[in-house]
Write a protein that binds this ligand. Structure first.
Ligand code: ADP
Ligand code: MG
Length: 331
């Protein structure tokens, strides 16, 4: 692949965490019940995502690394109705594979097909061979940015890159308590959810007892909310006493998708009001439902940022929902 394509890829895949995000989304899209993420050196040396999803035939695997191939868009309607599945542009694997050494091993669920192993390096298919492997898919990304030294140079320390990876995997683990999600870094298991619990159980696996046991439930819909597009809000917010110092502990989901939104964040912070010290952000997991046409998810296709037609109304609604939950607990 030419230099221009590689530079473009570098813009899209900013760091190991961006690749992890795409791979985990693919696993969830494939209906996985378990997703195991393993990284080495913060993901700069190796990222492996193994799932037990529907898997791929040899033809599927070959197609998966081609540019602009997706099995997920049927037509214009799908694009407009806003992304039933998580990924929708059909180029994540191709893009990641053009700036790394990518290996895909996959075997379809309930088929007679053997598995297939495809090796893709710097944008070219190096080999495709039958292989024995479990049903599902294992994607390995080694030596990210090996062929884009400038981009590689911008990677931060292992600890920082891993922190980004951790946040991404955590977000998906909490959003999908019915999927067993695990994260392992340099041979050490960081967390593993069981896939059999609710949000509270997933929180316990990911963050431990102190945070999980003090969370306050938020549950508001319809008449509970001031006017605006928000149909319902549910989730858990931290007791002010366990508030932590990083705003990154705020995980918000709109219509099931992990997103960020200034309106939502401001609504949450507003509800805590003066209980919020300048460096004590709350710990929040919040699921919001809005009609598809009230939210713009395409502010930037690769970022998780969303805007609403009426950001102000959403801010007021979120503020009200969280404030009510805190008040119910005498706070
Ligand atoms: P997109 O997800 O936008 O379709 P990707 O480049 O991420 O594009 O993936 C290309 C295609 O490869 C997907 O549409 C899907 O058919 C297939 N694929 C990727 N990862 C998996 C996986 N873990 N399990 C099954 N199929 C997968
Ligand atoms: Mg994808």
């Amino acid at each position: 692949e030419d230099t221009v394509a590689r530079i473009a890829a570098g813009e899209v895949v900013e760091r190991p965490a961006s690749a992890v995000k795409e791979l985990v989304e693919n696993s969830l899209d494939a209906g996985a019940e378990s997703v195991d993420v393993t990284v080495e050196e913060g993901g700069t040396e190796l990222i492996r995502v193994a799932d037990d999803g529907r898997g791929m035939t040899e033809a599927d695997v070959r197609a998966a690394v081609r540019q602009h191939t997706t099995s997920k868009i049927e037509g214009l309607e799908d694009l407009e109705s806003g992304v039933g599945t998580l990924g929708f542009r059909g180029e994540a694997l191709h893009t990641i594979g053009s700036v790394s050494r990518l290996t895909i091993r996959s075997r379809p669920r309930d088929g007679d097909d053997a598995g297939t192993e495809l090796v893709f390096e710097g944008g070219d298919v190096v080999s495709v061979e039958p292989t024995g492997c479990p049903e599902g898919t294992i994607v390995e990304v080694a030596d990210l940015f090996y062929n884009t030294p400038a981009r590689r140079k911008f990677l931060k320390t292992t600890a920082t890159e891993f922190a980004h990876v951790n946040r991404v995997v955590t977000r998906y683990a909490l959003a999908n308590p019915d999927v067993a999600v695990s994260l392992t870094h340099d041979g050490r298991e960081v967390f593993a959810t069981t896939g059999q619990g609710d949000l509270q159980a997933a929180l316990l696996s990911v963050y431990g007892r102190e945070v999980a046991s003090s969370m306050i439930p938020v549950e508001a819909d319809g008449d509970d909310l001031p006017p605006g597009p928000l149909e319902s809000a549910s989730g858990l917010v931290s007791h002010p006493e366990t508030n932590r110092s990083s705003r990154e502990y705020v995980a918000t989901y709109v219509n099931g998708r992990a997103v960020t939104s200034d309106a939502i964040r401001e609504g949450i912070m507003g509800a805590y009001g003066t209980q919020l010290g300048s460096d004590r952000y709350p710990f929040v997991v919040c699921f919001l439902d809005v009609p598809g046409d009230a939210v713009d998810v395409n502010v930037h296709p690769r970022k998780r940022e969303v805007r609403f037609d009426d950001d102000d109304a959403v801010r007021r609604q979120v503020d009200a929902a969280v404030e009510r939950a805190l008040l119910d607990h005498g706070l």
